[in-house]
Design a protein around this ligand. Structure first.
Ligand code: ADP
Length: 753
C-alpha cells in the first residue's frame, strides 16, 4: 500500500516519507490503516522490534492533526523523548508544531496548549493530569509507546492509570498502543477497546541461534562453523567473525561492570580492523567523550572508542550515550556492549546481536534470575539493518550441550510472556488512589471503583478465582491506610483529600514517603544536613545504594557516631531488616553529604562504586524530596523549614553552605564558585561589583566564561575586552588544562538530566 492512498493523512506526508526512502507501507502498517488508524480508530499494534511502529503512530497523529485535533505521544524513557522529538521535528516545516515535556514535575505546561503534537514521558503526563493542565481535555489522539511496560512493577501502574484518566477526560479519545510482541495482545486490546494488529512480520529476516562449541546452531536446524581460538572467549570470536564480513555486533550483558569489561576486551579485537580514516574519526569522538565529564567512565569509554568498541549503560551520561549511538550507526564503532537500556527502543540496528548473559541479578529474588522471553526477543530484534544486511543474526551462548538445549527451549523457540498489571502493588495503589481523589476524579468509594474498572488490572484480575472482588479488596485496604495517615477524610459517603493529602499528591510523593518525612521532621529538633539527607534517603521514593561486603561494619559505626544527627531514633540492631535499610540509607546520605561537601565527582564514583549518571540520579531525587520536605514542613508549620531549605540548596548545587549564593548564579556551578570564593568574591553581590581581572584570574583566564558569569550576576559591563587576568587570583592547585576542553565544571558535568 502506498502512503498517498491513505485517506485522512495530509498530502505532504507521502512526499516526506519518500524523501526518507519509504515508498510503501510495511504489512503491519497497512493492516493498521485497514483497521482505521488514520480515521480515529483505537488500535493496539503488537509488532516485533524495528518493524515500523513509529510510522503507525505518525499516521494516527497526523490524521488527527489534519482534522484540527491535538495528539500526545507518551514515551517510557526521557532519552526516547528527545529521540522522538528529533524524528518529528521534520513535520514543523509543514506547519505541524511539536512540543516536548519531560522537565520539572510541578510545571503545568501551559505553553504546550499551542502545540499540535506533544511528546512526554508517562510520569510527566500523569503529573500534568494531576495538576489540571487545561489542554489535556483537548486531546484527540494518544500514542503509548512500548505499552508492554505496563508490566513493569515500578513504572507500569502510572502508565495504566494515566491512560485510564486520559480516556475518562476525553471519552472519544483515540488510543494507539505500540507494543513489542507479547503473549496476550488481545487482552490489551480488550482493555483499551481497540482494534488489534498482532503480527510477527519483520522487514528483514532474523535468524536466531545459539553458539556452542565451534559452531552456530540455528533455529532452522542448520549449523555454521565458528571457531573459537584457545586465546579467545566466544564473544570475541563472534565479533571477529562478523568483522571479517564487514559487519558490526551488539553484545547485551547483565551489568554495567560487565558492559565496561566486555568493551575493554573487545576493543583489542576491533582495533586491528580499523583503517586510518576510521582511526582519525574515532580519535575525534574519543576527545569529545573525554570532554563530557572528568570521570573514569569518560576516560574508559574514550579509550575503548579509540579502538572501535564502546559500552552503553544507564550509568553513562546522556551525551556519552548519544555520541556512541551515532558512531555505531555510522559504522565507526564496530561493537557495543550494552545493558538492556539500549534494547528499550533506541534505534541502533546491527548485523549481529549477541545476548551474552541471559541471567541477571535480582535484589528482590536475592540471586540470579533468567531474563524474560520478551526482553530477550527485544534484544534479538535489534539484529539486521534493512537495506544493508541480507538478514540479521541473534545469538545466545551455551557452555554445555544441556545449556544449548535449554536456551533453545527457553528463548529461541519460546513465545513471549503475557503482560500482567502491577497496579495492585501497595506503593502504586497508595499513590494513585490519593491522586485520583485529590484531583477530583472520584469522590466516593463507588466512583473510585468505577474509575479503576477502566484499568488493565480490572480487565485482568477484578474477578478473583474464588468469586471475590479483588479490586474492592485492595481499594478498601488502601483507603484505610490513607485515612489513618490523614491524607483523606471520609464522612461515610464522600471522600476528600485533606490539605496535607493535596500537598502530597501535588508533590508527586508516595504517601508512605510523605508519612516518613513528616514523622522524621516532627521528631527532629535540630537536624543536620546529613540527618535530612538520611531522612529522604530512607523513603520508598529513593532508590538506595546497596550495602557491599564490609559496608555493614563501616556504616554501623558511622550510625552510632552520628546518632544525634538523625531525624528519629536509630532502630535496634535486632530488627535486622529495618536496621539494614537504615544503613543503606546512611550510605546514600553519606554520598550526598560528600557531593554537598564539594568532593570531586570522580572520587565519589570510586568511593561508592557508582557511575556519574548514578550520582546525578540520586542528587536529582534528593533535591526533589527535600523540596517536598520543605513544602510539607511549611504546611505543618514546623520550625525545621530553613534547615531543610539549606540542605536542598546544598544538594542542588553540590556545595557547602557558604557557596550557596554564588553557585546559584547561572553558569557558575560548584567548582567555579569555589574558585571565585577563594579569590575573595563570596556572594552574588560581590560578583556584581567585582574587579574583572580578579574574576578572569579565578576563572583561569577564560574570557567567554567570565563574561557569561558576570552578565548572569548583573554586572554593569561584563565585557572582558582588554582585561588581563589577575594571576594572584588564579587557582594554584589545579593545572591550567590544555586545548581548552571543558573541564567538567559545574553540575552539567554530572551526566544524564
Ligand atoms: P519500531 O518502533 O517498530 O522498533 P521503527 O518505527 O523505529 O521500529 O522503525 C524501524 C526502521 O524502519 C526506521 O528506521 C524506519 O525509518 C524504517 N521504516 C519504517 N517503516 C518503513 C517502511 N514502510 N518502509 C521502509 N522503511 C521503514
Amino acid at each position: 500500500m502506498d502512503v498517498s492512498e491513505v485517506s485522512g493523512v495530509p498530502p505532504w506526508f507521502a512526499d516526506h516519507l519518500r524523501e526518507e526512502g519509504i515508498e510503501s507501507l510495511y504489512p503491519p502498517q497497512a493492516e493498521a490503516v485497514e483497521a482505521g488508524v488514520a480515521d480515529g480508530q483505537s488500535l493496539v499494534a503488537s509488532v516485533p522490534t524495528a518493524s515500523g511502529k513509529t510510522l503507525i503512530a505518525q499516521l494516527a497523529m497526523l490524521s488527527a492533526v489534519s482534522r484540527g485535533g491535538k495528539a500526545l505521544y507518551i514515551v517510557p524513557l526521557r532519552a526516547l523523548a528527545s529521540e522522538k522529538r528529533e524524528e518529528f521535528a521534520a513535520f514543523e516545516e509543514y506547519g505541524v508544531s511539536i512540543g516536548v515535556s519531560t522537565g520539572n514535575y510541578e510545571d503545568d505546561g501551559e505553553w504546550l496548549a499551542e502545540k499540535d503534537i506533544i511528546v512526554a514521558t508517562s510520569e510527566k503526563v500523569d503529573s500534568l493530569v494531576r495538576n489540571g493542565a487545561p489542554w489535556i481535555g483537548d486531546l484527540d489522539c494518544v500514542v503509548s509507546d512500548e505499552v508492554h511496560l505496563v508490566d513493569d512493577p515500578n513504572r507500569g501502574p502510572t502508565l495504566e492509570v494515566t491512560l485510564a484518566k486520559l480516556r475518562r477526560v476525553n471519552p472519544n479519545l483515540q488510543v494507539v498502543a505500540l507494543s513489542a510482541t507479547v503473549g496476550n495482545a488481545e487482552v490489551m486490546a480488550e482493555w483499551l477497546d481497540a482494534a488489534l494488529v498482532d503480527s510477527e512480520w519483520r522487514p528483514i529476516d532474523l535468524r536466531k541461534g545459539v553458539h556452542y562449541g565451534q559452531a552456530l546452531h540455528f533455529d532452522d536446524g542448520s549449523q555454521q562453523e565458528l571457531r573459537v581460538k584457545s586465546s579467545e572467549k566466544p564473544t570475541e570470536a563472534i565479533v571477529r567473525d562478523t568483522l571479517s564480513d564487514g559487519g558490526s555486533t551488539l553484545v547485551f550483558v547483565n551489568s554495567r561492570r560487565n558492559a565496561e569489561g566486555a568493551a575493554k576486551r573487545l576493543a583489542n579485537t576491533t582495533t586491528g580492523w580499523l583503517d586510518d580514516e576510521e582511526k582519525a574519526r574515532l580519535a575525534e569522538i574519543a576527545e569529545e567523550l573525554r570532554g563530557v565529564s572528568d570521570t573514569e567512565t569518560s576516560d574508559d569509554l574514550a579509550d575503548c572508542v579509540e579502538k572501535g568498541a564502546a559500552f552503553h549503560h544507564a550509568g553513562c551520561a546522556s551525551e556519552h550515550r548519544s555520541l556512541v549511538e551515532d558512531a555505531f550507526r555510522d559504522r565507526l564503532i564496530k561493537v557495543v556492549s550494552a545493558t538492556p537500556t539500549l534494547a528499550a527502543g533506541v534505534n541502533t540496528p546491527s548485523r549481529r546481536v549477541v545476548v551474552r548473559d541471559w541471567r541477571r541479578y535480582s535484589g528482590e529474588a536475592g540471586g540470579m534470575q533468567p531474563l524474560s522471553v520478551l526482553e530477550v526477543h527485544q534484544m534479538m530484534g535489534r539484529a539486521g539493518r534493512p537495506g544493508r544486511d541480507p538478514y540479521g543474526e541473534a545469538l545466545l551462548l551455551a557452555n554445555s550441550h544441556d545449556e544449548l538445549d535449554e536456551l533453545f527451549e527457553r528463548y529461541v523457540w519460546a513465545d513471549p510472556e503475557a503482560v500482567e498489571s502491577k497496579l495492585a502493588r501497595e506503593p502504586s495503589m497508595r499513590t494513585h488512589l490519593l491522586a485520583t481523589v485529590a484531583s477530583g476524579f472520584a469522590d466516593s468509594r463507588e466512583a473510585l471503583l468505577e474509575f479503576l474498572d477502566q484499568t488493565l488490572y480490572a480487565t485482568q484480575y477484578r474477578q478473583g478465582t474464588d468469586g471475590t472482588d479483588n479490586l474492592e479488596r485492595v481499594v478498601d485496604s488502601t483507603l484505610e491506610y490513607l485515612r489513618a495517615n490523614d491524607f483523606i477524610e471520609d464522612d461515610g459517603e464522600r471522600i476528600q483529600a485533606t490539605n496535607l493529602g493535596h500537598t502530597v499528591s501535588r508533590l508527586y510523593l508516595d504517601p508512605m514517603s510523605a508519612a516518613e518525612i513528616i514523622d522524621g521532621l516532627e521528631a527532629a529538633s535540630n537536624p543536620t544536613a546529613l540527618g535530612l539527607f538520611h531522612l529522604v534517603s530512607r523513603t520508598p521514593d529513593m532508590y538506595e545504594l546497596y550495602l557491599r561486603s564490609g559496608d555493614r561494619e563501616e556504616y554501623t559505626m558511622l550510625a552510632y557516631e552520628r546518632e544525634s544527627e538523625f531525624c528519629g531514633d536509630l532502630p535496634s540492631e535486632f530488627e535486622e531488616e529495618r536496621f539494614d535499610d537504615w544503613l543503606s540509607a546512611l550510605k546514600t546520605a553519606r554520598m550526598l553529604e560528600d557531593w554537598a561537601g564539594e568532593v570531586d565527582e570522580d572520587e565519589i564514583t570510586e568511593r561508592y562504586g557508582v557511575g556519574p549518571g548514578d550520582i546525578r540520579g540520586k542528587v536529582d531525587t534528593a533535591e526533589w524530596l527535600l523540596g517536598a520536605a520543605e513544602s510539607l514542613a511549611s504546611e505543618l508549620d514546623l520550625a525545621t523549614v530553613p534547615a531543610v531549605r539549606e540542605a536542598r540548596k546544598r544538594v542542588q548545587h553540590g556545595v557547602g553552605e557558604e557557596l550557596i549564593d554564588l553557585a546559584g548564579v547561572r553558569g557558575v556551578g560548584r567548582k567555579r564558585a569555589r574558585r571565585l570564593f577563594d579569590a575573595g568574591i563570596e556572594t552574588r553581590a560581590d560578583l556584581r561589583e567585582a574587579d574583572k581581572s580578579v574574576v578572569l584570574g579565578a576563572l583561569r583566564g577564560r574570557t567567554k566564561t567570565a563574561e557569561n558569569v558576570l552578565e548572569a550576576a548583573g554586572h554593569q559591563s561584563p565585557s572582558m575586552d582588554g582585561v588581563r587576568p589577575d594571576e594572584g587570583a588564579r587557582p594554584a592547585e589545579e593545572p591550567t588544562d590544555a586545548a581548552g576542553s571543558d573541564d567538567g565544571e559545574g553540575q552539567s558535568s554530572l551526566g544524564d538530566f
